[in-house]
Write a protein that binds this ligand. Structure first.
Ligand code: HEM
Length: 161
């Protein structure tokens, strides 16, 4: 009988990114730039000082880390509630995504094509939902779970059998 082929599990995007500390570093750098940006500063002027950490916890859960945002931060409903009525424009959304992609370089997140494609894919999807949630009269379903995001393309191919 041939030896069984052991296929290692793909790491989560959370682990690949460097875990919670790496995400806190990313979001701290990012919101520093947001507050210097003429288009985004008015939106975030009064933000909670812990906002960068909260979004780091959110991203950690989305990327396959601990379900901490669901457990201690109010889950999907809380995130949605923070965007309601804000009327985020397409121009603001695009700047938000661009600054976060720039911050990923500055924070030293992995820059392999597979990770960055997966990361950028989530930001594009999530930020477009934030625009929809924030539009006048929007009534998003508050009962949805925190989404999970996976590799658009795995970081490596398992050995062929
Ligand atoms: C992938 C896209 C996005 C994600 C994952 C995200 C995530 C979050 C989360 C988790 C919160 C709540 C934080 C908490 O628990 O206190 C939040 C709040 C907020 N978000 Fe977003 N967001 C996204 C896009 C955007 C965009 C594009 C804008 C505007 C340009 C925006 C503006 C805000 C504002 C103003 C708050 C409230 C901040 C405060 O007062 O503390 N978000 N977001």
């Amino acid at each position: 009988m041939p030896d069984p082929v052991i296929v290692p599990e793909s790491p989560t995007l959370f682990d690949w990114a460097g875990g919670h500390e790496a995400l806190v570093k990313l979001l701290t750098i990012f919101y520093g730039h947001v507050l210097e940006d003429p288009l985004l500063e008015p939106v975030f002027r009064g933000m909670d000082p812990d906002h960068p950490k909260h979004v780091a916890v959110w991203l950690g859960e989305v990327f396959g880390g601990p379900a901490e945002y669901s457990a201690s931060h109010g889950g999907h409903a809380h995130m949605v509630g923070r965007h309601l009525g804000r009327g985020i424009t397409e121009e603001q959304r695009r700047r938000w995504v661009t600054l976060l992609l720039d911050a990923a370089d500055e924070a030293g997140l992995p820059d392999d094509p597979e990770f960055r494609a997966s990361f950028a894919g989530y930001l594009e999807w999530g930020s477009r939902l934030a625009v929809i949630f924030s539009a006048p009269g929007a009534e998003p379903d508050p009962h949805e779970p925190v989404p999970r995001w996976d590799w658009a393309k795995p970081p490596w191919q398992p050995p062929s059998a």
